[in-house]
Design a binder for this molecule. Structure first.
Ligand SMILES: Nc1nc2c(c(=O)[nH]1)N[C@H]1C(S)=C(S)[C@@H](COP(=O)(O)OP(=O)(O)OC[C@H]3O[C@@H](n4cnc5c(=O)[nH]c(N)nc54)[C@H](O)[C@@H]3O)O[C@H]1N2
Ligand SMILES: Nc1nc2c(c(=O)[nH]1)N[C@H]1C(S)=C(S)[C@@H](COP(=O)(O)OP(=O)(O)OC[C@H]3O[C@@H](n4cnc5c(=O)[nH]c(N)nc54)[C@H](O)[C@@H]3O)O[C@H]1N2
Ligand code: SF4
Ligand SMILES: [Mo]
Length: 876
């Protein structure tokens, strides 16, 4: 409770795998107040920019509110019967493997369990795979190869006690900001050293003692060198090595793998090895720079080899830590959501495991072989082997590699069902049947975060329209397909109890995942369930794994694996001379269906871009703010050029977030090759090859508007603002009549126009008013438009005085692009404060402007800005 009298409800943030606890209080008008839960063990009250802005994303404007068949709203009964009938008919005619589910690490455990049970247990196919294939599959494979199980050994608490944290292919500052803050706090408290291994200089490098800017895909070579150095330096733990097998072969492979592919200077490698060797308490955090690779599983095992051979695992302050991306990536692995797994960390290919699960479910025979993994699944959709497809809580038309082919395959599939909270996604637009799911704040269930902590998500808002929880929709279809008893669930709690009971059987078979002590929870217990780390049995609760040298392999020993460096699958060549790296931005979540609703999150970086090194830019005649075309063997994209030495020569980086809804020519996965790791099946999303050239635009435009715009130009990118929308535009054919173009763009033929057009220079400025209120403004030029964007974005809905000048009035400073999204503070305001007030630290910036004092996600960028201003001043 707080002052307002309404109770605060404890729940979990629906974004990243840190799994922060949140306290939610409905504001009574459909909105939510959100703050961090001081008692949650993942965040102790902290939230990042995305978590802090959750309240801005719960509006209903974009929601899908009724089931829809072939574009027409219908009732649940008809829609569910149609789905059940079409799946039943397809299976009867073409066999179980003609059906597939493609699901998500953002589903709650209860949803996921039901989906997996329906496909593997009752449809009798293993064709259920998940976007976790694009995310965690290499970590799962690496864990299973080394430990005999998909076990995360340590806990977040290790970060507080570590003396060295190595971030490998992880931009923790932006992607797991609350964990990053924890590392920074440890650094302040005990001087923890930070090393970043990433081809790109990221926000996570700002506080790092060392940045190893390796060549893409060369991590195995680096960790092999470390392994060899640990051996040569006498730093191995012989007693622990006795608890492993494969040491000789692994060491031999490491010693024979040259470090040259890393491209790093020998002295830097030596310094890294030396630091690792000297430090007992080392945590190696790894993420997509490791997993999303054709050698992803080998990268994981190269890292695990070093921790196992030094016994630095499962003890306080040390161990490998695979940070998971999605809020329930771990839960999905636990329920067996991947095509090659069974529920509760049991193995699909193990006959004893199958028979236990079959007996428990009283189902038909379970499939004996793995189903199709994500990339193969969509290939099978494309070539007609899969004829009925159900996509739940994921947007593969945007996020899969070779996304144009995936989009076309979904469109051509004879029967596609999509469950989403909105119809405004690239994938939802392709569905035959669209099913409205309840969203995060409306649903109940559990999620597991990166350190095995299971937390409740709790519904705090009513389900809008006809929306229903995902598990409920799945169970209805299961019942209508003839499996009444198996899917006769009355509540989430009932599903959870069943799952916890099954985990007890898995525990009895010697598996790690056992939460059987939760199998007798009452509904009230489930409602009040506290966050807790598995295992949760009568004899064991939480804690770390493996310090005792006991592993989940048949002989109980861990496996050291011989691994050797392999280059990325795609080779650069004269036609495609650049390596394309892709990843995330601080304030957007994946395909932006939720974060883009928040003006303050959209203000951080409002347009898709590509980072290109100054030397390459100069060689290709690309100037700052130019648009560029990227072409790969699979597709093309148009992006804004940011010239930056954060990337290396011949490498470019582009974010993954933009879609057909927000910037149709910037769908980056259209370019990404679907080359996969041979063990994990995870695609190499970070190392495709592309050509880069300047986009030859006849005109460039910038528009702000109060209402949605009619965007049709060759290039456009749309973002929300506090006053409506802003858009960047460009086209290759000249516009003859700018005034008609403006009226069309704003769908406002009745508006009054103020214009300034210079046809000779190709400049055009138009401000549109209706009833004295500015509804839009369009600025066009033959070169990238130079106007004060962030200021102009605040004018729609006002009288718009002076808008035509494209700049602030003389007495109003331009705040510049927003850097601190919590307080909406722009770069220019911060630079001015640094210069005029002589600020020397991030804390001083906070004291003066508040910037960086709420969630802290922008602190690395503040530090970077401070350095740049100071450097500039020093040079002057
Ligand atoms: N803000 C934000 N946070 C998120 C998400 C989001 O969408 N937005 N998504 C969540 C999800 S699902 C995930 S999976 C995580 C991902 O979290 P991260 O893995 O931290 O994020 P990415 O930006 O995908 O990639 C990390 C880094 O890998 C580097 N990299 C590329 N190639 C290599 C290589 O060969 N070797 C090494 N060592 N590094 C390489 C990239 O330059 C990049 O900086 O983030 C989660 N958190
Ligand atoms: N190039 C490139 N591509 C990548 C990556 C990369 O680094 N580079 N990363 C990959 C990784 S790690 C990941 S995890 C994926 C993520 O990619 P996706 O999973 O495709 O992305 P999201 O935007 O998270 O999609 C979630 C969808 O679920 C909907 N939704 C939200 N809440 C609910 C709900 O409660 N129920 C239902 N049924 N639907 C809901 C949202 O509106 C949205 O359409 O992208 C992958 N693709
Ligand atoms: S770090 Fe941010 S996005 Fe991740 S769970 Fe916490 S608040 Fe949510
Ligand atoms: Mo992910």
């Amino acid at each position: 409770m707080d002052g307002s009298g309404l109770p605060e409800i404890r729940s979990t943030c629906p974004y990243c795998g840190v799994g922060c606890g949140v306290l939610l209080r409905p504001d009574g008008q459909g909105g939510l107040d959100v703050r961090g839960d001081p008692e949650h063990p993942a965040n102790f009250g902290r939230l990042c920019s995305k978590g802090s802005a959750l309240g801005e994303t719960v509006g209903l404007g974009h929601r899908l509110l009724a089931p829809r068949v072939s574009g027409v709203d219908t009732d649940w009964d008809s829609a569910l019967q149609l789905v059940a009938d079409r799946f039943t008919e397809t299976i009867a005619e073409h066999g179980p493997d003609s059906a597939a589910f493609y699901v998500s690490g953002q589903l709650l455990t209860e949803d996921y369990y039901v989906a997996n049970k329906l496909m593997k247990g009752f449809i009798g196919s293993a064709n259920i795979d998940t976007n976790s294939r694009l995310c965690m599959a290499s970590s799962v494979a690496g864990h299973k190869r080394a430990f005999g199980s998909d076990t995360v050994p340590g806990t977040y608490g290790d970060l507080d006690e570590a003396d060295l944290v190595v971030l490998v292919g992880s931009n923790l500052a932006w992607c797991h900001p609350v964990l990053y803050q924890r590392v920074i706090a440890a650094r302040k408290a005990r001087g923890t050293k930070i090393v970043v291994v990433d081809p790109r200089r990221t926000a996570s490098c700002d506080a790092a003692d060392m940045h190893l800017a390796i060549q893409p895909g060369s991590d195995v070579a680096l960790f092999n060198r470390l392994f060899a150095a640990l051996y040569e330096g006498g730093a191995l733990d012989k007693a622990f090595i006795a608890r492993t097998t494969g040491f000789d072969a692994a060491l031999h492979a490491a010693q024979n793998d040259p470090a040259t592919p890393t491209g790093l200077p020998e002295a830097q490698i030596a310094a890294f090895c030396d630091l690792w060797m000297r430090t007992e308490k080392v945590v190696t955090i790894y993420s997509q720079g490791v997993n999303q690779s054709t050698s992803g599983s080998d990268k994981v095992n190269a890292i695990l080899n070093c921790h196992l051979a030094t016994g630095r695992i499962g003890k306080p302050g040390c161990g490998p830590l695979s940070v998971t991306g999605q809020p329930n990536a771990m839960g999905g692995r636990e329920v067996g959501g991947l095509a090659n797994m069974l529920a509760c960390h049991l193995d699909l290919e193990n006959a004893d495991h199958r028979s236990v699960v079959r007996g428990f479910w009283t189902s038909g025979p379970l499939p004996e072989a793995p189903g199709l993994k994500a990339v193969d699944m969509f290939r099978a959709v494309g070539d007609g082997r899969i004829k009925a497809l159900w996509i739940i809580h994921t947007n593969p038309a945007v996020s899969m590699p070779e996304a144009d082919a995936v989009r076309d395959a979904i469109a051509a599939c004879p029967f596609t069902v999509v469950s989403d909270i909105t119809d405004q996604t690239d994938t939802a637009r392709l569905a035959d049947v669209l099913l409205p799911a309840t969203a995060w704040a409306e649903k109940d269930g559990t999620v597991t975060n990166s350190d095995r902590t299971i937390s409740r998500q709790r519904s705090v808002l009513p389900a809008p329209g006809q929306a229903r929880p995902d598990w409920h929709i799945l169970a209805e279809v299961g019942r209508r397909m003839g499996f009444e008893a198996a899917f006769d669930y009355a509540s989430e709690a009932e599903i959870f109890r069943e799952y916890a009971t099954l985990s007890g059987l898995a525990g009895q078979m010697g598996r790690d995942f056992d939460i059987s002590a939760l199998s007798t929870l009452t509904d009230t217990d489930y409602d009040t369930l506290e966050p807790q780390r598995w295992p949760i049995t009568q004899t064991r609760k939480g804690g770390r794994f493996f310090a005792d040298g006991q592993f989940f392999t048949p002989d109980g020993k861990a496996r050291l694996l011989p691994v050797s460096w392999r280059p990325p699958a795609a080779k650069t060549e004269p036609r495609y001379p650049f390596r394309l790296n892709t990843g995330r931005l601080r304030d957007q979540w994946h395909t932006m269906t939720r974060t883009a609703l928040s003006p303050r999150l959209s203000a951080h970086l409002a347009e898709p871009f590509v980072d290109i090194h100054p030397i390459d830019a100069q060689r290709l005649g690309i100037a700052r703010s130019d648009l560029v075309t990227l072409k790969s063997p699979h597709g093309s994209a148009i992006l804004r050029a940011r010239i930056s030495d954060a990337v290396q020569v011949a490498q470019v980086f582009a974010p993954m977030h933009w879609t057909g809804e927000t910037a149709p020519s910037a769908r980056i996965d259209a370019l990404v090759a679907a080359a996969c790791d041979p063990v994990s099946g995870q695609p190499e999303s970070k190392a495709s090859v592309v050509a880069v050239s300047r986009y030859d635009a006849a005109w460039y435009g910038f528009a702000v508007a109060r209402d949605p715009m009619v965007l049709t130009s060759d290039y456009w990118a749309l973002a929300r603002t506090t006053h409506g929308y802003r858009a960047e535009l460009a086209g290759t054919s000249p516009i003859a009549d700018w005034e008609s173009e403006a009226l069309r763009l704003f769908a406002a033929s009745d508006a009054t126009l103020v214009t300034m057009i210079d046809a000779r220079l190709g400049h055009a400025r138009m401000v549109l008013h209706r009833n004295g209120i500015m509804i839009g403004a369009l600025f066009a030029a033959a070169t990238p438009v130079a106007v004060m964007r962030d200021y102009l974005a605040t004018l729609p809905g006002t009288d718009g005085a002076g808008a035509i000048t494209g700049r602030t009035p003389a007495d109003v400073p331009d705040p510049g692009p927003v850097l601190c999204s919590c307080f909406g503070i722009g770069v220019n305001s911060i630079v001015t404060a640094i210069e005029t007030q002589g600020l020397m630290s991030v804390d001083q910036i906070g004291a003066s402007l508040n910037a960086g004092t709420n969630c802290g996600s922008c602190r690395p960028e503040l530090a970077d800005l401070l350095d740049r201003v100071r450097l500039r001043e020093a040079a002057e």
